[in-house]
Design a protein around this ligand. Structure first.
Ligand code: CO
Ligand code: CO
Ligand code: CO
Length: 329
């Protein structure tokens, strides 16, 4: 289901009128947030997908990192998680289920939380994901709608996981390419979340199926501001361009680019392959963060403290001009 379909469905649902719902589904944010008390709000999120890699343990790790990321993208701290799995028992040995869950349990542990239960159904196709609960102070929520003109935009993981994992499954990538891509997808966004919270980021979201420019566009639209993206600065795994040339581009990545066409303008030097890379559907991508200019040093210092300074890459700026539109130079 594409973003246009999803938009139509959400529009058909009633408006939320509970005053304790601080973030609902009408802002295309990463998670819902509900106020429990004056100093505590609950973050709730769920994500499920079919395998992006062959190895069950890595699949579990990636699914867990991806689901927990939606809590991080709101500036929250994860508390616990639940498993959701569709399992075709006639196709797979139970050991596959065990290995997926072990991967997720290890990743959850790395994030400092426990997986406290879950639910499995019989399914024709393998699917796995987690529902994650997080917490945050109600005044500290970072949505994708708070960017302000002048803010500096950061991305905390390179792009390319969509086209590269598609190439891996088609047997068109090396083991080394596959390993690099898996490392990226199973990496937690924890350091980036802690650093952006310390630097009082104005806005953030994580990069997933809607691609880098899709998520940037949602932020621009929600924040009623424009954006300038420096394509040459955006970190992209070099292998991604080989994959785009070979044509191993997932369906989502194909549809993101035309969907965004009316609001994204590319300057002449931004070639087609670069446009595809910037729209590539990511699995468990990095955080995209808007930081006030006078907080940039603090943000980089906080990343450095966590050993991740090189992961914080400046990729653009928020501008006053053309709210909801993006210029890629
Ligand atoms: Co998200
Ligand atoms: Co999500
Ligand atoms: Co958010």
């Amino acid at each position: 289901m594409g973003p246009a379909d999803l938009g139509r469905v959400l529009e058909a649902l009633p408006q939320i009128d509970d005053p304790n719902v601080l973030v609902g589904y009408n802002t295309s944010d990463d998670a819902g947030v509900v106020k429990i008390s004056d100093d505590l709000a609950l973050i709730q999120t769920v994500d499920v997908f079919t395998p992006v890699v062959d190895d069950p343990y890595n699949y579990g790790q990636i699914a867990a990192a991806n689901s927990i990321s939606d809590v991080y993208a709101m500036g929250g701290t994860p508390v616990c998680a639940l498993n959701i799995m569709g399992f075709p028992q006639d196709l797979f040995d139970l050991q596959v289920m065990i290995d997926i869950l072990l991967g997720a349990y290890d990743k959850a542990k790395e994030a400092g939380i426990s997986i406290v239960g879950g639910h499995t159904i019989k399914d024709k196709e393998l699917k796995y994901g987690l529902s994650v609960t997080g917490k945050i102070h109600p005044d500290k929520i970072i949505t994708n709608a708070g960017a302000k003109p002048g803010d500096i935009l950061f991305l905390t993981k390179p792009l390319g996981s969509g086209v590269i994992s598609t190439a891996v499954r088609a047997g068109k990538a090396t083991d080394e390419d596959a390993r690099e891509c898996i490392e990226l997808m199973r990496k937690l966004n924890r350091a980036a979340a802690e650093a952006m919270t310390a630097a009082e980021a104005h806005s953030a979201t994580d990069i997933t199926g809607f691609g880098f420019l899709g998520h940037a566009w949602e932020m621009a639209k929600g924040s009623k501001a424009g954006m300038k993206i420096y394509s040459q600065k955006v970190p992209i795994l070099p292998k991604a361009f080989d994959c785009i040339k070979m044509g191993t581009v997932p369906g989502g990545s194909h549809s993101n680019r035309p969907f965004l066409e009316k609001d994204v303008t590319y300057s002449e030097n931004v070639k087609f392959d670069m446009q595809v890379a910037l729209c590539d559907a990511q699995t468990s991508g990095g955080l995209f963060i808007a930081i006030a200019p006078d907080k940039v040093d603090l943000f980089l210092h906080e990343m450095d403290k966590r050993g991740e300074k090189e992961w914080a890459v400046e990729v653009g700026e928020v501008i006053e001009d053309k709210p909801g539109k993006i210029i890629v130079i």
